[in-house]
Each structure stands twice: as C-alpha cells, then as structure tokens.
Design a protein around this ligand. Structure first.
Ligand code: NAD
Length: 369
C-alpha cells in the first residue's frame, strides 16, 4: 500500500507547516495549535502566510516560502482561505495549493458526537472525493462566445443534440488515471482505518463516458481489496440513503462535484460545518483543513467553532504516526461535546454559547489530563 497517502507513517520529521489563512482561519488554527501542543506530539510549527491576505500584501495567494515549507515538511495544517479579493495573481489559494502540490484526493469524515445540537444519531460517514478534474476543472465557454459556437458545432457534427445559441457551456471530464488514483486512496484509506464498505457514487446511467469510466476504475481497484465490501449507488439514491438511513452508509467514493454535495450533506447531519475536518492527499504532501470556508461574517468575533480544525489536527497527527496523540485529541473533543457545557453557538443547546478560545482551552485541558 502506498504510504504517500499518509495513513502509514512515512516520516519521523515533526516539522509541520502552519497556514492560518483568512477570516476565522487564524482563530480556529490557534485553537487547534493549542490542543495539538497539549497532546504532546512534539510538533514544531513553521507558520507561513497564505490566502487572500497574502495575495493583497505579497501579490501571491501562495507565496513561494509557503509552498517551499509545505514541500519540505510534507505536511501542513491549513486554515480556511477566502477566494477573490483585489490584486494580481490567482484568486483562489485553495485551488492553487491543490494544483501546485497535486493534491488529488480529499478525505472528509463526518461523525455524530453526542451532545452536538442538531446532530442526527449514528452518523459515521467518510466522503472521499476527487479534488481535481470533473466540473471543477474550470473548462467552459460563456454563452455567445466563439468557443461555445465551435463546441456546439463539433457536438452537432458528432451526431449530438443541437445546442441552443444562448447556452453557456461547462465541461465535465474525468480521466481513467485520475479515477484510479483517487480510488487507490479511498480503498487504502478505508482498509487502513478499519472501515467495512466503500460505495462508489456516480450517475453512470446518464453520463457513461465520465461516470461509467469512474465506476470501472473504482471496481478495478476494489478487486485488489477483497477484505472490503464494495457497491455503487446513483448520486440521488446515495443522498436519499444518507438522509434516511445514515447508519447504513460507510465510505462514499465520488468525483469532485458529487463529493462536495455529499460531504456538506453529511456535515449538516452531524451538527454543521463547524464539526467536519478534511485531509487532502497528493503523492508527496498532505494538507489538513476544515470543510468550511473563512466564514467572513464570524471573523474576529471569537464565535467560530474550532472543532473541525481541531479534528483536522487529529487527522494530521495520525498521518505523521502519532496515533495515540490523535486518539487523545478525538476523545477530548467527544467528551467536551458530550458534556455540552463549553460549546460554540452553532452546536450549543441549553447552556450559553462559549467562545472559540474557551472551547479550545476545554479540549486542551482534557487532552493534557
Ligand atoms: P463558509 O463555510 O465560510 O460558511 C458557510 C456557513 O457556515 C456560514 O453561515 C458560516 O457562518 C458557517 N460556518 C463556517 N465555519 C463555521 C465555524 N467554524 N463555526 C460556526 N459556523 C461556521 O462558506 P462561504 O461563506 O460560502 O465561504 C466564505 C469564503 O471561504 C469564500 O471565499 C469561499 O470561497 C471560501 N472557502 C474556503 C474553503 C477552504 O479554505 N477550504 C472552503 C470553502 C469556502
């Protein structure tokens, strides 16, 4: 199995790049750092600016020093980063990081922690999705453009439908190599983390060239993992199953777009985006972050839920071979949520909401005790 996917300790170095990011990023990253330091895993942080603020100050959303640090460390804890803003350079640090570092797979666990207001009981789902290709590759033509007209002509020449002249076009593509690579990560991650079944989510019935190819590649890789059950589901059926019978759903493997939808749906079922971490894997690097964005409305208010960032930190610890410290962090998070005395507004019920730093201190105290 490929250690580069990170769930097998491949390196002893504990130097980790820290990217505080934008909006609520610096607040939740500081919270995670406090907890990880309390866990005693001996991580040495190399803090680097990146994101919209770096783009405005330094002209680059991913400054060279940040990229070099991630490449050297192989591992980063990243806060959310805002897309857009003024100034030169690419608008999205997130897409830049994925592209430059070849982060081709995202692993997004969503697990119910008893005590979180609004969480459904019994959800323990992991969405593993492609990070590149698909509808997110940015291939498209505005309505009325020459590109749209030429593509419409090519479609017609190939015996396809006549596309209306006022149609905007967004192209979806999935490569066999990309589908196989994310499938390898998914099955290897599932096996290494004691999961039982991988369900491939697709719409091969209406998109055989892309989704049929994705399904075929996943089945090929599944054959190498006889200890895991494998099945497949149409996207709509998978959403219904997740909403109706979450306890039956284990690991979901999907292309980018479906994975995005499924992971936010799963997040909503376990108390919201403040509760779900994300690991991005490439061949040589891994970045651990939240599913949520920079939440500009909450920035600077001290109200953001730090649990997703703390749980991302636990995934990072497991990745660098600190499984015991990771388990201590996860147990401490679960205990603080179960007690329901120190929780942020989004998951608090009954007791007054706590601040980001109060939650971090409560978790850090548990981890250290
Ligand atoms: P968002 O995830 O920032 O916020 C969505 C909703 O969830 C908001 O109501 C927000 O208040 C709430 N929320 C988010 N994080 C929370 C937390 N920790 N605690 C409590 N509530 C929380 O999505 P958005 O507003 O669409 O995006 C804001 C910016 O973030 C955009 O520029 C977007 O492109 C970017 N973004 C970045 C990432 C990333 O860095 N990985 C991911 C998604 C979006």
């Amino acid at each position: 199995m490929d250690g580069a996917h990170g769930f097998i300790p491949t390196q002893m170095a504990r130097r980790v790049t820290l990217l505080p990011g934008d909006g609520v990023g610096p607040e939740v990253v500081a919270a995670a750092r406090l907890v990880l330091d309390a866990a005693g895993a001996g991580v040495e942080w190399d803090e680097q600016p990146a994101g919209q603020s770096a783009r405005e100050r330094m002209g680059e959303p991913v400054p060279q020093a940040a990229e070099e640090s991630i490449r050297a460390c192989g591992v980063a804890l990243k806060g959310p980063m805002t897309t857009g803003g003024h100034g030169p350079g690419p608008r999205s640090a997130n897409l830049e990081l994925r592209r430059r570092l070849g982060l081709f797979a995202a692993v997004r666990p969503a697990r119910t922690l008893t005590g979180a207001a609004g969480a459904r009981e019994g959800v323990d789902v992991v969405v593993i999705r492609m990070n590149q290709e698909d509808l997110y590759a940015g291939v498209g033509f505005e309505r009325g453009s020459e590109g749209a007209a030429r593509l419409a002509e090519a479609v017609r020449e190939q015996g396809g439908p006549v596309l209306p002249p006022d149609a905007g076009l967004s192209l979806k593509f999935i490569t066999d190599s990309g589908a196989e690579r994310v499938s390898r990560t998914a099955f290897a991650w599932a096996a290494a983390n004691g999961r039982r079944r991988v369900t491939v989510v697709h719409k091969a019935t209406v998109m055989p060239p892309t989704d049929g190819l994705f399904l075929d590649a996943a089945r090929r890789v599944a054959a190498e993992h006889p200890s895991l059950e494998v099945d497949d589901m149409l996207l709509d059926t998978a959403c219904h199953e997740l909403a109706r019978h979450p306890e039956r759903v284990d690991v979901l493997l999907a292309p980018v777009m479906y994975g995005d939808v499924l992971s936010d749906l799963a997040a909503g079922m376990v108390g919201g985006l403040g509760m779900t971490p994300c690991a991005n894997f490439g061949d040589d690097t891994a970045i651990f972050e939240t599913v949520h964005g920079s939440a500009p409305r909450l920035a600077g208010s001290g109200r953001a839920n730090p649990m997703a960032q703390i749980l991302a930190g636990a995934m990072l610890l497991r990745h660098i071979g600190e499984a015991r410290a990771a388990a201590r962090v996860e147990t401490a998070v679960a205990e603080v949520v179960r007690e329901a005395r120190t929780l942020t507004y989004d998951i608090a019920a009954g007791s007054p909401p706590a601040s980001t730093s109060e939650v971090a201190e409560a978790v850090a105290e548990r981890v250290g005790s």
